[in-house]
Design a protein around this ligand. Structure first.
Ligand SMILES: Cc1cc2nc3c(=O)[nH]c(=O)nc-3n(C[C@H](O)[C@H](O)[C@H](O)COP(=O)(O)O)c2cc1C
Length: 337
């Protein structure tokens, strides 16, 4: 039986399948189900910059009013013994996951401004997080902001986190960078131990009756995986940074493709939300069967063998394949143009 273990973020994972950030980490029971089903690590749902900063402001206001109050009235101010901030709740959940699970727990911070919240990374580290994933889900909608400004935002976040924590840090990226490889290299130089490719941008829809714009959540489709596979191949060919893929991985075939091009970890979310944690077991069994059929002794042996650098036809990941793909189109049967 092939050895499924994979190195990711300085950890020796028992296999490459990681439960990505989702509500499944909010309950200890569902996290336990993920572990029992075979997930090798779990990324927690995110702690949001917006919540952290709002609570900071609220706390400052509270302290300010207390400072202005009359001395004898201070003792009447509610001490709020039962108030639990979002941070407190998150740390409590992190500690509980760490206490009850054997697998590594990766905490997740989600924010876009360069400072003021990244210091919370230290709290997550102190609460026992094995690593930190930072998600800079940024929609560049300011015409004054250059591509370099957007990249600088990510790099500053990374630099602040690098100062704040000593545990490994991964950065979850959007697919919309002009030169992802160049940018990933800068993130690596700024201290990122891994890149997680790619965030899915959730699209707003327009309600044609009310003419209102409404955010909607659509789970992913497997066809989205191939974008990640291509970029994992290109990144692996050029950089030593760890790579996790996320977005559209629903089955063993796509997970195997990601590993072949050099991913260290394959993150699963939609498939778990659709089918439940047991989906991990089926995917793992199929990966194992495939490795045995192909006579690989381990995941490590096949990892990266089809990266951009190693693939016999590396041009297939680049422009060369573009025309051939377009030319390969044939009309569906019965359709006339
Ligand atoms: C309901 C839901 C909640 C999510 N919550 C988070 C989150 O808190 N932080 C984060 O970085 N990503 C979050 N994600 C994104 C997932 O971690 C994952 O990157 C994305 O869904 C793509 O993977 P998939 O195709 O396997 O679903 C969430 C996704 C869903 C569907």
């Amino acid at each position: 039986m092939a050895d499924l273990s994979s190195r990711y973020l300085g950890m020796n994972l028992k296999n490459p399948l990681v439960a990505s950030a989702s509500p499944l980490s909010k309950e200890l029971d569902s996290a336990r189900h993920l572990e029992d089903a075979g997930a090798a690590a779990i990324v927690m749902y995110s702690l949001w910059e917006e919540d952290l900063l709002a609570e900071e402001r609220q706390y400052e206001r509270f302290m300010h009013h207390q400072a202005l109050g009359h001395g004898e009235a201070d003792s009447f101010l509610p001490s709020q013994p039962n108030f639990q901030s979002t941070l407190d709740q998150y740390l409590e959940q992190l500690q509980s996951l760490k206490a009850h699970l054997e697998i590594p727990v990766i905490a997740s911070l989600n924010g876009v401004s360069e400072e003021g919240w990244t210091g919370y990374g230290r709290d997550l580290q102190e609460a026992g997080a094995d690593a930190l994933e930072v998600n800079v889900y940024y929609v560049a909608a300011d015409p004054e902001e250059t591509a370099a400004d957007v990249e600088r935002r990510y790099l500053d976040v990374m630099a602040h986190l690098e100062d704040a924590v000593s545990i490994p840090v991964s950065v979850k990226l959007s697919p919309q960078f002009s030169s992802p490889l160049h940018f990933a290299r800068h993130l690596y130089q700024a201290g990122a131990d891994a890149v997680v490719i790619f965030n899915r941008f959730y699209q707003s829809d327009i309600d044609l009756d009310t003419l209102s714009v409404e955010p909607q959540l659509q789970l992913s489709d497997p066809y989205e995986a191939l974008l990640r596979v291509r970029w994992a191949a290109i990144l692996r060919g050029a950089l030593d940074v760890d790579i996790a893929v996320t977005g559209g991985f629903h089955n063993a075939d796509d997970a195997i493709k990601a590993l072949l091009v050099g991913a260290n970890a394959v993150q699963l979310c939609s498939v778990l939300l659709k089918q439940g944690p047991a989906a991990v077991t089926g995917i793992l069994q199929e990966i194992e069967r495939w490795l045995d059929d192909k006579e690989y002794e381990s995941v490590t042996q096949m990892q990266g063998s089809l990266s951009h650098r190693n693939a016999a036809d590396s041009a297939a990941f680049e422009r060369e394949s573009y025309r051939a793909v377009l030319d390969s189109f044939t009309p569906p049967p019965g359709v006339r143009y």
